[in-house]
Design a protein around this ligand. Structure first.
Ligand SMILES: Cc1cc2nc3c(=O)[nH]c(=O)nc-3n(C[C@H](O)[C@H](O)[C@H](O)COP(=O)(O)OP(=O)(O)OC[C@H]3O[C@@H](n4cnc5c(N)ncnc54)[C@H](O)[C@@H]3O)c2cc1C
Length: 363
């Protein structure tokens, strides 16, 4: 018998979700991440916004994704006693050009929005909600959108997993398939060795260094964000998404993002990206120009796919080795519903939808 039913590599958005979905189904779970802890730094804010892109398209399986994430967040809050993981403040998407306004108006009827998720706002209504917003042609109010305080969320999630009986080891480890015993041997740098019946790789962009999954046609897009403090208290709490996004935190802070850098050599922050982000802030909230001070900056990498959907499934040649990656720019929204689909596939043999399956690449 292996020590654990399943070992999950990566305690980020995908790893915590799939570790939890496996645990909920009675599996003994080990989660491994050399860069995580219950008190790790992380991005100050990210958005759950089901109205995506220039066309404000309703995201894939939006209602199921939304409900699964929300239910999980509520449970983490109950179990950990925290109430600082999200802010349900909605997202305003001002149309800063006429063509964008046309797209947004079309989106209201083109997609099957769940009741109460979205509404049109005229320019004066946007101005009444937030006089700082740039001139616009009206826009949409994604009432269902919300802010995730990522550092709080991820740390609380790891605490939650530990309290729920998941073994969390924050150390570097490697796996090796032991064919004879049909299990994986997990070798830690500390010298400790454990075994698991299954391995799930949820290691974000580091998947590109993993030889077993090199056949996946993934793309990697770097993004930088800036966290600012305003001179004056900011008297609105919604997020804004125009040609970038701004997310509120506390009385004066806002996170502004993000760049899309397809060619990059490292994850260093750069002045060029900072300048681009300042321009985004100026486009969205021109009255704040010159009235904010930079507190911190961060860069990360999105793992993207051609259909903008995650990749889940079993390795075509190594039994019991699975992957959960390709979260694109909607990692939060996808995380739990897609995690449920993967867990049901692994444990009950349920089919993975074609659009998510590893097989879309391996065949
Ligand atoms: C600038 C920027 C802004 C974004 N904004 C949003 C947003 O507003 N809303 C949204 O939903 N999404 C957003 N995203 C996308 C979101 O961050 C990703 O979709 C999400 O982080 C992907 O989750 P993941 O678990 O696959 O990877 P990650 O969150 O990167 O987690 C991977 C984890 O694996 C660990 N790891 C790496 N290698 C190993 C190894 N060998 N062994 C064990 N562990 C390992 C890492 O330490 C890390 O903790 C943004 C991304 C960027 C870059």
């Amino acid at each position: 018998m292996p020590d654990f039913d399943v070992a999950v590599f990566g305690a980020g958005i995908a790893g915590t979700a799939i570790a939890n979905e496996m645990r909920k189904r009675g599996q003994s779970v080990l989660i491994i991440d050399p860069n995580a802890s219950e008190d790790a730094p992380g991005p100050p804010g990210a958005l759950v916004n089901p109205a995506t892109g220039r066309r404000a398209k309703l995201t894939w399986q939006a209602e199921k994704c939304y409900d699964a994430l929300k239910e999980q967040i509520e449970d983490i809050c109950v179990v950990t006693g925290r109430d600082d993981l999200i802010a349900e403040t909605g997202v305003i998407r001002p149309a800063i050009s006429e063509s964008l306004a046309e797209n947004f108006r079309d989106a209201l009827t083109k997609y099957a929005w769940p009741e109460g998720w979205i509404e049109w706002l005229e320019e004066e209504e946007i101005r009444a909600m937030n006089p700082h917003v740039a001139e616009n042609h009206g826009g949409i109010h994604v009432k269902s959108g919300y802010t995730v305080f990522v550092d709080h969320y991820q740390n609380a999630y790891r605490t939650y997993l530990r309290l729920k009986g998941v073994e969390c080891i924050y150390e570097t480890a490697q796996y090796q398939y032991d064919k004879e015993n049909d299990q994986f041997v997990i070798q830690f740098v500390s010298g400790e060795q454990l075994t698991a019946g299954k391995v799930i790789m949820a290691i974000g962009y580091k998947i590109r260094d993993n030889a077993d999954w090199s056949f996946l046609p993934l793309n990697f897009v770097k993004g930088q964000i800036v966290h600012f403090e305003a001179e004056e208290p900011l008297n609105w709490d919604h997020a804004i998404s125009a040609r970038g996004y701004s997310i509120r935190r506390g009385e004066r802070e806002l996170t502004v993002g993000s760049t899309y850098e397809h060619n990059f050599e490292n994850l260093d922050i750069s002045d060029k990206s900072y300048d681009q982000i300042l321009k985004k802030l100026d486009l969205m909230l021109p009255k704040l120009t010159g009235k904010v001070r930079k507190i911190s900056q961060m860069a990360g990498v999105r793992v993207t796919t051609q259909n903008r959907l995650p990749v889940i499934g079993e390795h075509p040649e190594i039994p019991n080795l699975f992957v959960y990656t390709g979260m694109n720019s909607k990692g939060f929204l996808f995380s739990h519903y897609v995690g449920q689909l993967l867990a049901e596939h692994i444990l009950n043999g349920n089919e993975i939808p074609d659009e998510l399956s590893v097989q879309r690449f391996s065949e």
